[in-house]
Design a protein around this ligand. Structure first.
Ligand SMILES: [Zn+2]
Ligand SMILES: [Zn+2]
Length: 378
């Protein structure tokens, strides 16, 4: 199966598709599952799900792969590089899809490997733009699932190394937008207006105490204001300044507290200048929180398959992943499998035009998914 996994991965890599546009990819997935004797079903626009029941009662283990690419122009120079301008599989989702197809094919061909229960094969669209996990949940693909697992390839770890951890492994990400409203006036007579630029500068400074003074030192919170825009002319008091950023947190109490503190700090700092702060926090993807028991089992299973030296506890990541929404509904485990290998140039981070993976990791990931299917629900 492992050569075919590489072929599937390259075919998907050549034709990257953005979230909810994964038509060609979904067709390849459906064709491959059908060829393995499974009955794939189309859900959530471009999502695909298939069931592999053993006929014996037991746990249902859902394995999830995401299928979408990124709006990036590929610069790897690989023979199977993207043929779609401005589109690239720069997060390794092509590998995730190919590994799960490999596991599906292997398990469907040798169902005696599974003691009991059911394996649910979940091919999810639109992880990068968000909404994919939510749509798959709404379509009922995780109904009756006892355990859910996903493996994300990463160039932060050497090829074949698997890491996960109990509890939070990736952050929740919320969009913060603050409009600071003053009153326009002539730049020569500041006393007649309210300068939104000065008020916004105070808001930016005040928000720096969110992490240092408002957050539990043992919890992690990150607030980055990525853009500031406002004003119309050098000699006019700005009426409105817009601040936009992202808040990242790892648990709900920290998240709730941060939302409250952002509103209070922004209102107070703007108010001190006679300006008003309109704060909106749009809740984005949830933190990815692993079930402690399932994560411990995943580490044991991985150690059996890969050897104990190739397995370890992961450090939490401040980036986010929409599998967190699945884990809020089904106990499970999200973990990382290394694809870093300087000998094949696989050293660049994900989401960059140079990203590439060591394809030797794909066979490892396929074996790992098969082992999860057999043992994670036990
Ligand atoms: Zn990504
Ligand atoms: Zn990803």
């Amino acid at each position: 199966v492992s050569e075919r996994v590489i072929e599937w991965r390259r075919e998907i890599h050549r034709h990257p598709e953005l979230g909810f546009e994964e038509r060609r990819t979904a067709e390849l997935v459906e064709r491959t599952l059908a060829a393995a004797g499974l009955e794939p079903q189309r859900v959530a626009v471009t999502g695909v799900v298939a069931r592999l029941p053993t006929g014996r009662s037991g746990p249902t283990v859902a394995l999830r792969a995401d299928m979408d690419a990124l709006p990036i122009e590929e610069r790897t120079g690989l023979p199977y590089a993207s043929r779609s301008p401005g589109r690239m599989h720069a997060c390794g989702h092509d590998g995730h899809t190919a590994m799960l197809l490999g596991a599906a094919t292997a398990l469907a061909g040798a169902p005696e490997e599974l003691a009991a229960g059911e394996v649910r094969l979940v091919f999810q669209p639109a992880e990068e733009i968000g909404g994919g996990a939510r749509r798959m949940l709404a379509a009922g693909v995780y109904e009756g699932a006892d355990v859910a697992a996903a493996v994300h390839l990463t160039p932060r770890l050497p090829t074949g190394r698997y890491e996960t951890r109990p509890g939070a492994i990736a952050a929740a990400a919320d969009h913060v937008s603050i409009d600071v409203l003053g009153r326009a006036g002539h730049g020569a007579r500041p006393q007649e207006g309210v300068d939104a630029v000065v008020a916004a500068a105070s808001v930016v400074s005040a928000l720096q105490s969110l992490v240092s003074r408002e957050t539990d030192p043992f919890a992690t919170t990150v607030l980055t204001l990525g853009t500031v825009s406002g004003g119309s002319a050098p000699n006019v008091l700005a009426e409105r300044v817009a601040l936009r950023g992202v808040l990242r947190t790892f648990d709900e109490p920290a998240q709730r507290r941060a939302h409250e503190a952002i509103r209070r700090l922004a209102a107070g700092a703007a108010g001190a200048h006679g300006a008003e702060a309109r704060v909106e926090v749009e809740v984005g993807s949830a933190a990815v929180v692993n079930d402690p028991k399932v994560a411990a089992r995943a580490l044991r299973v991985a150690a059996d398959v890969l050897g104990p030296e190739a397995v370890g506890e992961a450090a939490p990541l401040s980036s986010s992943e929409d599998f967190g929404e699945v884990l809020a509904a089904v106990p499970g485990c999200f973990g990382f499998l290394g694809v870093r290998n300087p000998e094949v140039g696989a050293v660049h981070p994900v989401h960059t035009p140079e990203y590439r993976m060591d394809e030797a990791a794909l066979a490892v990931g396929t074996r790992l998914l098969c082992a999860f299917a057999a043992a994670l629900g036990a």
